[in-house]
Design a protein around this ligand. Structure first.
Ligand SMILES: O=C(O)CCC(=O)C(=O)O
Ligand SMILES: [Fe+2]
Length: 303
């Protein structure tokens, strides 16, 4: 039960890799990663961890951007910083405003092809926030935003739940950038692999046992890795046991004609966004008709 779904050595190992790589670089990278296997495992388990995406210099730049904020110590009940849209219910730029290295994670070449597996060619940056935790801080409740166990489903425990036409069942994915080592015995992201596929609401016992039960795994995801997961999979925060602070940056993406929240991420002041990054911040719209493909360079450039 403790094996990881998929771990690849990724972008930073690729010659010429950089945040502003062209789509040519993107195409070149995917075959080298055996995209068929990656797609299968992401679909099967609901997550993948890709290691060695950020080099130490990139991590240092992001860390410096966070340090410069002189944040208050984390609130144990809500250990978040730099939020935009979503739970804080405020439209804003969140941690994108901390600097260009944060903006350039929006469409990092290591995550776009993987997000594309689940979200297709048309998707938006729906919300973002950072998580910071200090030693001894408690876990957060297990949850799923879509599927049988989500708050919006009518599934009754123990009864088969057909995915209904008037309910979303997927289309909301996260790229969580791990700036510090996370994993079993440390803390970080916990999940029940494959749970996004279940047509039954999560049993109370498994939900309550959280990371101490045998079905919930704390994923090993070292500094410099990115964890991609679907919000339809049951997941949550585990206890933070390390002496150092946890620092994770979460970027959450929805298919273009779908929105989870009623507020928006907007472009930060004074920083440069590429056409693709601007498209990621566009208002929701039907694919093609009202929203441009993120993978059509010429279309994006045309403005
Ligand atoms: O990484 C974590 O601690 C969990 C984050 C989470 O619950 C979420 O992204 O909704
Ligand atoms: Fe979540």
């Amino acid at each position: 039960m403790r094996s990881r779904a998929a771990v690849w050595r990724a972008a930073s190992d690729m010659p010429g890799a950089g945040n502003r790589a062209t789509m040519g670089h993107l195409r070149a990278m995917v075959p080298g990663m055996d995209s068929e296997t990656l797609q299968y495992l992401f679909d099967l388990n609901g997550y993948v961890v890709i290691e060695n995406v950020l080099g130490s210099d990139e991590i240092a730049a992001l860390e410096a951007g966070i340090d410069a904020q002189e944040l208050e110590p984390p609130n144990p009940k809500f250990p978040r910083f730099g939020s935009a849209a979503g739970a804080v219910r405020a439209t804003g730029s969140g941690f994108l405003q901390y600097g260009q290295p944060f903006v350039d994670l929006m469409d990092h070449e290591a995550v776009l092809p993987i997000l594309r597996f689940r979200l297709g060619d048309f998707f938006r940056l729906e919300r973002l926030y950072g998580i910071y935790q200090r030693q001894g801080m408690d876990k957060g409740v297990l949850h799923a935003d879509y599927g049988a166990s989500s708050p919006n489903s009518t599934a009754k425990r123990g009864e088969y739940y057909p995915f209904l036409d008037n309910r979303m069942t997927g289309g909301f994915c996260v790229a969580a950038w791990n700036l510090r080592d996370t994993g079993p015995g440390i803390g970080g992201f916990a999940c029940i692999p494959g749970s996004h596929k279940s047509q039954f609401r999560i049993p109370e016992g498994i939900h309550g046992d959280h990371q101490d039960g045998q079905w919930t795994q704390v994923l090993e995801a070292p500094a410099g890795s990115v964890t991609l997961f679907t919000e339809a999979m049951t997941h949550g925060t585990s206890r933070w046991e390390a002496s150092y602070e946890r620092r994770t940056l979460l970027f959450k993406y929805c298919v273009s004609n779908m929105s989870w929240g009623a507020t928006r991420v907007v472009a930060p002041d004074g920083l440069t966004l590429t056409p693709r990054q601007r498209q990621l911040l566009a208002e929701p719209g039907d694919p093609k008709v009202h929203f441009k493909s993120l993978f059509d360079e010429a279309g994006l450039e045309a403005g």
